[in-house]
Design a protein around this ligand. Structure first.
Ligand SMILES: Nc1ncnc2c1ncn2[C@@H]1O[C@H](COP(=O)(O)OP(=O)(O)O)[C@@H](O)[C@H]1O
Ligand SMILES: CC(=O)N[C@@H](CCC(=O)OP(=O)(O)O)C(=O)O
Length: 302
């Protein structure tokens, strides 16, 4: 640390990045897979507290797919996925709400506070309803061209941006679980829906006009061959991404992630990255240096 500080050029570079991102919103998506590694999660949450301390506006959207699958197995339920989305029947929905909107959401907020930050868990699971995501059910199209019923699975159509802006302005880190309430315009009406956390992060980044959206996963980025770390793609555009999805090189949970990245860029968020949350301080490296860890998703060339 002393040696690092004694290098004035390191400080000058860091000050430049801090100034550039002061007051700018960065949406950080914490994937369930990286949250399984407690040490990695601890470092990421410390990075988030650091960002808030130096005047950035971090907003956390989280999943928890692995923990949901574990809770389902304990309840004797089998997890089933279609194009990276969990089939969600009423029994599964109850588990998703308990694990995501309850346990994980509250625990992330509590740990941010433990590290000296201030955080606000935004869920509908507790006594106070702090939900800010509203949406509608989705239906996917299967390989045979027929619609696939996913149960209570939705996507976000509306984000209560004022709540988020106020929290960020007050120096609090909003912590948002990937569930939404059906937005049928009637207060108090509507059911709850399970939302893929990558698409929830995308909706929040778009609604806030975020400077950056960073997906933290358990892999070093998008790979040409998912089993070969050396096949990491540093910069991926839409055309190439669609080719890789069609060929099956991008599959499972990486499909909604890459689709969310592309849609986010289409809607005006400036930078979107998929990085390895297990790499120590990957978040700070991504934001405050030119190292370019992971995969940057870029718009198609015009
Ligand atoms: N082409 C690919 N490059 C990298 N990872 C891929 C690829 N195709 C599929 N994957 C899988 O996607 C996973 C990340 O998605 P997911 O498990 O949903 O992560 P998270 O829980 O972090 O959102 C990786 O662990 C990897 O197994
Ligand atoms: C509809 C749908 O698939 N919802 C996801 C929500 C959690 C999630 O996306 O978590 P990760 O980011 O850890 O994958 C699920 O039930 O697993």
């Amino acid at each position: 640390m002393i040696e690092a500080i004694q290098k004035a050029d390191v400080l000058i570079e860091a000050m430049g990045w801090i100034r550039q991102f002061r007051d700018k919103v960065t949406v950080i998506k914490l994937g369930g897979s990286v949250m399984e590694d407690d040490d990695a999660l601890r470092h990421l949450l410390v990075d988030i507290v650091f960002m808030e301390t130096v005047g950035m506006r971090p907003v956390v959207v989280h999943g928890g797919g692995a923990a949901i699958s574990r809770a389902m197995a304990a309840a004797g339920l089998e997890a089933r996925f279609v194009q990276g989305r969990r089939y969600t029947d009423p029994a599964t929905l109850k588990i998703v709400e308990k694990v995501l909107a309850g346990e994980i959401n509250e625990s992330i907020a509590a740990r941010i506070e433990e590290f000296g930050g201030r955080a606000m868990p935004l869920n509908f699971a507790g006594e106070t309803d702090n939900n800010i995501l509203y949406g509608e059910p989705i239906t996917l199209t299967g390989d045979d061209g027929e619609p696939v019923d996913l149960g209570a699975v939705g996507h976000v159509t509306r984000v209560d941006r004022d709540v988020l802006d106020n929290l960020c302005y007050a120096g609090q880190v909003p912590v948002i679980p990937s569930m939404c309430v059906v937005d049928d315009g009637k207060p108090g009406a509507g059911g709850k829906l399970n939302v893929n956390a990558d698409t929830a992060a995308m909706a929040v980044a778009q609604a806030m006009g975020a400077e950056k959206l960073v997906f933290l996963s358990d892999i070093n980025g998008v790979r040409r061959d998912k089993n070969d770390p050396d096949s990491l793609i540093h910069s991926l555009d839409g055309a190439e991404a669609r080719r890789l999805i069609a060929s099956g090189a991008i599959e499972a949970g990486m499909i909604p992630k890459v689709e969310a990245c592309l849609e986010t860029l289409d809607k005006g968020v400036r930078k979107v990255h998929i990085i390895d949350g297990r790499l120590r301080h990957s978040l700070l490296l991504e934001i405050y240096t030119n190292c370019g860890v992971g995969t940057e998703i870029v718009s198609d060339p015009v």
